[in-house]
Write a protein that binds this ligand. Sequence first.
Ligand code: ADP
Ligand code: ZN
Length: 319
Amino acid sequence: KWLAGIDLGGTSTKLAFLSLCGEIMDKWEIPTDHSEKGRNIVLNIVKSIDRRLHELGEGREKLAGVGMGAPGPVDHATGVLYNAVNLGLRENYPLQAILERETSLPAAIDNDANCAALGEMWMGAGDGAKDLVCVTLGTGVGGGVIANGHILQGAGGAAGEIGHITSVPAGGAQCNCGKTGCLETIASATGIVRLAMEAAAAGEKGRLADMISNTGIVSAKDVFDCASGGDAAATRVVDEVAFHLGLALANIANTLNPEKIVLGGGVSRAGDLLLNKVKEQFARYAFERVRETTTIALATLGNDAGVIGAAWLVKKRLS
Ligand code: ADP
Ligand code: ZN
């Protein structure tokens, strides 16, 4: 038997078939269809799964269950997706029930960042750790907290939203959540680009500033590339990102003392340049026992963490 793991995103949906041991047998991606009040989202996913199974000479009976990570807070117990309006869905969308109805298979859902955390715990950098904090540095900053092998859900499904820790208490940039000064406004790809643009506007010189004046825009990757090439303005941006991230992670670790903190998402591809600076700041703000027992590592599953964690969810439900 296989498990189907699905990572439902705002623009595209990643799908995979996995063995019961978490090995990816097949994976692919489809666009997410927001039209018709999101009515096509699940239908397209199910159609795509059936087509793929057929191509592989299998039928739906090959699947033991379907797991899905979805953007936004999820009520884990009832499988309801809150704030699903980004996807064109109505509020409090019973995603798990609809998935079960359309596939006639057991289904389980959770927040996408939580799924990525579970994926890293099961098959990635978590390496069997049962107390794990995962941070996803992408367009936004997502997070998942695993305590004793369980994802922390919180009272409203909003636990682990590390991106909305306040890093700048007054005068910070506007965040998507409605607040200002959130970690996400600094340590996400969007935040990094904003800091770079601000540095150039403030008259900083060098390669980063030249790129901005030539093309009008840079990516987070450009900022890290410039910093590793020794550009002073880019280095200041990276230092600021690392300061706020290291401080927030130290505060989290001072509370939870996880075995590992795993950094994932596109920005974490900056690798050691980011990791070493974050570790340095972390060491300033974590107290001794925490410094000695909590380690920070880079995620190892890349874009597959979400589908792997989603499969783990339904495997767990079946066992
Ligand atoms: P999403 O939240 O849309 O899934 P990703 O997690 O894929 O986003 O992250 C995309 C971002 O990662 C881009 O803005 C890109 O600039 C950044 N990125 C990609 N590679 C690197 C790198 N080597 N160093 C720093 N940032 C990177
Ligand atoms: Zn926020």
